[in-house]
Each structure stands twice: as C-alpha cells, then as structure tokens.
Design a protein around this ligand. Sequence first.
Ligand SMILES: [Cu+2]
Length: 142
Amino acid sequence: MHKLITLLYIMSFFIFSKFALAETIQINFTGDDSYSVEVAHIDVGDTIEWYPVDEGHNVEFLAGPMMNSLPEKSKLNAFNSVIFKIPGVYLYQCTPHGNAGMIGLVIVGNNFHNLEDIKKIQLSRAPASVLKRLIKIALSKQ
Ligand SMILES: [Cu+2]
C-alpha cells in the first residue's frame, strides 16, 4: 500500500509539473524566406517567440481551432510572442512571402481535431504544396 501511495505521489508530480512548467520555443525568420521551425509541437500553455533575425518578415495567422479569435498579426521586423491556450492545429504565414511558401504550423497538445479545416484553407500553389509537406511532418511526429 505504501508503495502505491508513493507511486501515485510521483505520478501526480509529473502530471502537475508538466502543466506548471510551460515552455517557450524560439523560431527565427531566416534569410531564405522561411521559419527556422516549420512545424512546432507544443503543449497547451506553451509560448512561441518569433525573432526577426532576418528582415522583412512577420507572422499572420490564417487558421486555427478558434477561427474567430486567432492571434493578432504581427508587424514586419517585430518580435512576436504568442501563448497557445487552445489545443489544435494553427496555420500561419509571412504576409509578404506567404505566396512564396513561407508558412508554418503549430500543433498544440498533439490535437488534430481541426486538421480538415486547415486543409480547406485556400492557398496559392507554392504554399499549398508546402502545407502538404508540413502536415505530413506534423502527423509523423504525433
Ligand atoms: Cu517573409
């Protein structure tokens, strides 16, 4: 019995510490018009920070689990930070380079419930093909 209680205690520690220790992931804008991390897998409550290491880029959300309250579009060349509280798949692009394929995915809580909505987003040829590749990567890591 004592062992069971100890085990439960240790398990609860891991479960709660996972929520308590929210992580921050860094993504850079790169010189070849891309994001340094194209597919980010994070937990609910984690933060993503985008750094304007290369000029002329930003972060504009195109889709997410709550279509009527997507994170705000960031300014060009600006640091951007978003805390993700709702599980699901988020799609974003760089406003000037989205049509060239500068897009990224964020998967929050390993939750793909809105993946079909993400696939339905109208994109031009280059980003549509990048999105297919990124979805494959995302699903392979789930
Ligand atoms: Cu860009």
